[in-house]
Design a protein around this ligand. Structure first.
Ligand code: HEC
Ligand code: HEC
Length: 382
């Protein structure tokens, strides 16, 4: 008898699961966001030290226009809606995964795992990158395959591994049936109607508002101690040819005009493999096997594990890779070739003190206020 009950219970569960559609009511996750009664204020322009700085890593290439494009200007109500959407598991097929499940604030909006689990328990094929200061990128993803943020933010919804929504219309209806979205959409866009266009605009506003420019390094070189300063010198010599500018990513990203094809200078092959299974840019551009986006190093202390596949657990491992572990590859980026032979991978021969100094410098890129900022936190947590 007991067995029979268990069996029939199981059958019901299976039927319930298989009947689920994108439309499925949200009993599974009936959470409502807990928002302050007054709107929080989101940044709409660059902080002074960034917009006015002319130094080597100053405001180069960052402009308020990319932060706040005329066709989708940041408003507090828009960014607030974006924040709720970003953390709402209802945006996934079975109410299990939100954007914030893979892009965690405590990890500067990267994932703490090498690969992330999507709505169905399957793993993503690449490491979830940090998405701060993303307003200033001219292409998105490790291989830069999408040019505009508004197009980018809808991809995870449809992605069969990440959030599994097949028809965006079903999601619109599902969100419309909640107690809170009609008002949030009305506050942000004037009407309560929920559309794909508004979804993408609100998510983009929230992401563009994620500015992180309050690290120790933002307070100038004189704020650094002796070890950090030595680390900066080593960094400028060995790393800044790629990780440069205000965001310690490729400044070439800014020279390509928006919506044009990928600017390959913003990508590099750092000799992780003799032969890459995931070819990066090489999937669609000749002779670019192993080319991946040069990522920003801001908040790098908190975005472990590292690289497109999350292969390195610590910054020490990353530094050791550059110091002694770069593998020969026919397309290895020229900055990482031995200066004498011009063909072998470089060996940096860093001493233990050098490595420690470099690590200490990398930690000056941490913006702890950002990681704890309420405006970017999960409103579903009480
Ligand atoms: C299951 C995990 C997962 C979920 C859920 C997820 N992402 Fe991501 N996200 C990733 C991975 C993995 C990548 C890198 C993919 C690649 O490069 O091929 C990525 C890349 C991005 C990027 C590009 C960053 C860059 O530097 O190019 C942005 C922006 C982004 N995601 C925003 C979002 C938004 C907005 C949502 C929710 C609508 C979301 N993500 C949901 C895993 C996830
Ligand atoms: C030739 C350009 C180039 C140089 C020089 C370079 N990097 Fe990188 N860096 C990259 C690229 C490209 C990636 C991503 C590679 C991948 O995932 O396949 C990366 C990734 C990283 C990451 C991991 C970022 C993340 O979010 O996972 C760290 C940390 C890093 N580099 C630090 C350094 C340091 C420290 C140096 C100097 C010792 C350095 N890089 C020199 C291009 C470069």
């Amino acid at each position: 008898m007991k067995k029979l009950i268990i069996l029939s219970l199981l059958a019901t569960v299976i039927i319930l699961i298989s009947c689920q559609e994108d439309l499925s009511p949200d009993q599974a996750n009936g959470a409502v966001p807990n928002l302050p009664s007054n709107l929080l204020s989101y940044p709409k322009s660059l902080p002074n030290h960034i917009s006015t700085s002319t130094g080597s890593w100053g405001g180069r290439g960052l402009d308020t226009l990319s932060l706040n494009p005329p066709d989708n200007k940041i408003t507090d109500a828009g960014a607030t809606l974006g924040r709720v959407l970003f953390y709402d598991k209802k945006l996934s097929y079975n109410n299990t995964v939100a954007c914030g499940s893979c892009h965690l604030q405590s990890n500067a909006f990267a994932d703490a795992k090498p690969l992330s689990r999507g709505f169905d328990g399957n793993l993503t094929t690449r490491n979830s990158p940090s998405i701060i200061n993303a307003a200033f990128q001219t292409s998105y993803f490790w291989d830069g395959r999408i040019a505009k943020l508004e197009d980018m933010v809808l991809r995870p919804l449809n992605n069969h591994i990440e959030m599994g929504i097949e028809k965006i219309e079903n999601l619109e209806a599902k969100l419309g049936a909640t107690s809170y979205y009609p008002k949030l959409f009305a506050d942000a866009f004037g009407t309560s109607e929920i559309t794909k266009d508004k979804l993408s605009k609100a998510l983009s506003q929230f992401i563009r508002s994620m500015q992180s420019f309050d690290a120790k390094i933002d307070h100038g070189r004189t704020a650094l101690n002796a070890s950090e300063q030595r680390g900066e010198t080593l960094f400028n010599r060995n790393c800044a040819s790629c990780h440069s500018g205000t965001n310690f990513r490729s400044s070439s990203e800014f020279t390509s005009s928006k919506n044009s094809s990928v600017n390959t200078n913003a990508f590099a092959n750092i000799g992780l493999e003799l032969s890459y299974k995931d070819k990066g840019l090489g999937e669609f551009i000749d002779k670019k096997e192993g080319y991946f986006r040069i990522p920003s190093l801001r908040n790098i202390e908190h975005t472990a594990p590292y690289m497109h596949d999350g292969r390195f657990k610590t910054l020490e491992e990353v530094i050791e890779h550059y110091n002694s572990g770069i593998k020969a590859h026919p397309f290895l980026s020229s900055q990482l070739l031995d200066w004498n032979t011009g063909t072998d991978p470089i060996r940096m021969n860093l001493t233990e003190v050098n490595k420690e100094d470099m690590l200490n410098f990398l930690k000056t890129l941490t913006d702890i206020h950002f990681i704890n900022d309420e405006r970017y936190s999960d409103p579903f947590v009480r």
